[in-house]
Design a protein around this ligand. Sequence first.
Ligand SMILES: [Zn+2]
Length: 583
Amino acid sequence: MSLLLPTFSAERGLAAVAKHTLVTLVKAFPTAGATAAGATAATGATGATADYDALIVISPNYPSAAAAAAAGTTPATSAPFPAPVEFVKADLDAARVIDAAVGSTEVTVVASEKAFGKRLLFASTGPLSRDYDDVRRYADAADRAIKRAVKAGARRPAITVVPYQSTKSVTDDATHDRYTQHVEVALLGALAASYVPLEARESENEANNFGLKVLELGWLPLEANRVADPQRLVSYVNAVEAGRILARDIGGSDPERAAPPLATEHICGSLKSAANVKCTVIADQSVLAKEYPLLTAVGRASQCVERHRPRVIELEYVPAGEIKETLLLVGKGITYDTGGADLKVGGAMAGMHRDKCGAAAIAGLFRTISLLQPKGVAVIAKLAMVRNSIGADAYVSDEIIRARSGARVRIGNTDAEGRMVMADLLCHMKEIAPSHTNPFLFTIATLTGHAYRAYGPYAAVMDNGPANRANVHGRLFDAGNVWGDPFEVSTLRREDFDFVAPKNAAEDVVQANTQPSVNTPRGHQYPGAFLVVASGLDKHGLDSTQPIAYSHLDIAGAAAMPPLLPTASPLVTLAAAFIAPRL
Ligand SMILES: [Zn+2]
C-alpha cells in the first residue's frame, strides 16, 4: 500500500462494515397516554422491549369525508386506517384544518398522543390505481418518510404500511396483483433511505454509531397486510438488506478503497463465516493470464501498480439435499474505468467507480443466500475485479486477442472492457455447466450507457434461445415488477450478431465499434451477442445437441450513478425470482 494514499483502519473498518439498520417486529403498541417522547417502552407478550420514537404510516390514500365531498366522490372505505392505527385519521383530520397539504405526497408530521414518541408521520404513496402506477410508490413514500423522520429527530422509527384498497374486491381487481409485496417494498425503501455509505461509516466511530441516523426500524404488521408469518417476512427483508449493504458498500466505494485486492478482501471477509458459502480468490497473475486472457488484456495497464492488479473471486453456495437448479453468475467488477487507451474525456470518467456494481450485486446476493439457506438451488459465481487503467502497456484498439474459447477477438474500443473481462469467465461457466443440474448462466454488468439511454433506470435482460424458452426474462420481469426492482426485456437479434461478425480472416469476432454505445443503434443488445460468440455459447443454442440457457443483464441504468447512491439492483429481483421460491 502506497504511503501517499489515505489509509483506513482495517480494525475500525470491519466494525463500520458490519454496522447497518435492521428491521425489528413491533411486539406491542402504546396505549393512549402511555408514551413519553423519545423513550417509549413497548413491552410485548414475549417480553421484548423496543424504544421506538416515531410512528410512520405509509398509506395509499387519506380519504377524509371533507376531501371526498370536495371531489364529489365517496371515500373508498369508511375505515381507511385499520386497527391499531385507526386513530391516525382523527389526528390527520385535525392537522388538515391548518394544512391543506395533509394527505398529499408531502410527509405530514403531527404530535399524536398515541404514536411512539408522540411523533406521527404520515406518508402518502399518491395514486396507485392508474395503469402505470407500481409498487415503487411504497418505496418512494418510505424514502420520504424516513428522511423526514430523521430531520424530526427520530432514531428508531416504527413503520406501518396500509395496503392498497380499491372499490373492487381483491379477486375482481387486477391492480391488486401489483401490490402483493407492498410491505417488503416499503420496508426495503425505508432501509435504503437509512443507508450510510461505507466511507462515511468508516470515518465515524462506535460512539456515534458509525454515522447511522436510523438505528432501528420497527415494523407494525396490520391484519390487512395479509402476511401469514410476520417474523419470516422480517427475516427475509433483513437478509436481503444485509446483501444490499455489501453490494452498495462495494459498488459505491471509491476507486482506491475498493481497488481489486481491497474489494476482494472486503467481499471474502464479509462472507468468511457465511454458512455453505465457499470463497476462493485467484490473485496469481500468471494463472489469470492463462485462464482468462481477455480479462488479463484489460488488466495489463494496471499491473505496474500492485494495489490495482486484477483478481477473480469465485463464490459457491451448495445447499444440503437435492439440487434442482443451478445459477452460474458472472459479474463485472471494473473497480475503475478510465476507458483505457480510448480514454474517457470531457468529464465522462467521473462516476466510473460504479462500474463494479454487477460484481457487487452478486457478492451481496451471496450474503443474502447465506442468511436464507435456500434449498434446491446451487449458486456459483465468478467476479472479475479489474481496473481499466491507462498506461504504456495498455491494450489498444486493433489488437487481436485469443479468448479462452479460442475465438480471436478484434479490439474496437478499449472502453468496451466489461464484455472483455466477463467473456472468459462466461466461457468457463459454459464449460462447467453440463456437470450441474439445470444450469442457468448469467452475466450481470453495468455494461453500456446505451442501456440507460434506452430504458432510463431499468435493468435490461437479454436471453439466448434456451433461456428464452425457459422464460428467464419472464421470471425476472414478473418478480421485478412486484418487488420494485423492475426489468425491461430486450431481444438479441440477427443485427446484433452481424455487428460483431468477423470482417476479415484474421478475426472471429469484433469486440466493439469505435463509437460510444449511446451513439450506436442497439448499443446495449449487440454486446450481448459479443458475449455469446466470444464465450463460445453460440455453439449451445436451441439448435445444438447441448443447449445452455444464458441471460445477459445490463444494469447500467438500474445501478444508479452519482449523486444517487448505488441501488444494489438487481439483487432484490434475483432473490425474489430464484431464492424466495426455494425457502
Ligand atoms: Zn468502459
